[in-house]
Design a protein around this ligand. Structure first.
Ligand code: FAD
Length: 222
């Protein structure tokens, strides 16, 4: 459900070191030195260098609801394209079923029934009443799946992980962050290092819990 596009550099730490080296008069022809310099930067908290690492990816099959939350992460001016709702095929629109609903047979039946009713109403509006598809699409639910092509920088994505890997975050967003971590981990060794050490919930980053209603994973600071 996550595709990391080839425009994402395979050696982000080396790239960060190369950019920093320009300003420090360093030897930027040497990859090993660039890697070491990049690592020093992020360990020291000089996170501006992370803004030189673009992450381009396709997110597919997540609900319009979680993508709405995704769009609140605006630091560093990310950009994206989203699947149009003007051309949705109502017969095939797919949707996310929360595990809590899927775990209860009657609840699932009710949920599925509402989704089918919406699809049917969209079709009738279009076919019987000649309403344009873009207007019938107003009925589409937030649980409907969508697809986006997203571009943002590493610094933004790490900030996002702190917020969205928190156990207080919406379950689908937490699952989405895990899918991204998994896809980046498999992308290259340098990404594997970054995800392991920097893609963490905010309590790990801060050393204590910042939420009012703590899950208890870490102590709140008094
Ligand atoms: C439990 C929980 C509940 C939530 N509930 C809600 C909710 O009810 N409604 C809602 O809308 N959101 C909610 N959120 C989302 C959250 O509050 C933020 O909107 C979201 O995380 C994106 O903002 P951000 O600052 O974290 O990230 P980004 O926008 O990516 O920003 C990252 C960092 O960049 C810097 N930055 C970004 N923009 C600026 C700027 N303009 N000026 C200066 N610095 C900037 C800041 O340091 C910021 O921390 C919730 C999140 C959680 C985990």
């Amino acid at each position: 459900m996550i595709t990391i596009l080839q425009e994402t550099p395979r050696n982000p730490i080396t790239l960060m070191g190369e950019r920093a080296g320009v300003c420090w008069g360093g030897d930027i022809q040497d990859s090993a030195k660039n890697y070491k310099r990049g690592l020093d930067c992020i360990v020291s908290g000089h996170h501006r260098v992370m803004e030189y690492v673009n992450v381009e990816m396709i997110l597919d099959g997540y609900s319009a609801r979680v993508i709405r939350e995704w769009y609140t992460h605006i630091g560093g001016a990310p950009t994206r394209l989203q699947a149009s709702t003007r051309y949705v095929n109502y017969k095939e629109f797919s949707y996310v079923t929360p595990p809590a609903v899927a775990g209860k047979e009657e609840a699932q039946e009710l949920y599925r029934g509402v989704m089918e009713t919406i699809a049917k109403a969209c079709r009738r509006l279009e076919e019987e009443y000649k309403i344009s598809r873009e207007d019938a699409a107003m009925l589409l639910p937030l649980g409907m799946t969508t697809r986006i092509v997203d571009k943002r920088n590493l610094r933004n994505l790490i900030e996002m992980s702190h917020q969205r890997m928190c156990s207080r975050a919406y379950w689908e967003y937490r699952a989405l962050m895990q899918d991204i971590v998994e896809a980046l981990r498999n992308y290259s060794e340098e990404w594997s290092f970054l995800t392991e050490h920097y893609f963490v919930p905010k309590c790990e980053a801060a050393g204590y819990c910042t939420e009012k209603n703590s899950c208890g994973r870490k102590q709140r600071r008094n």
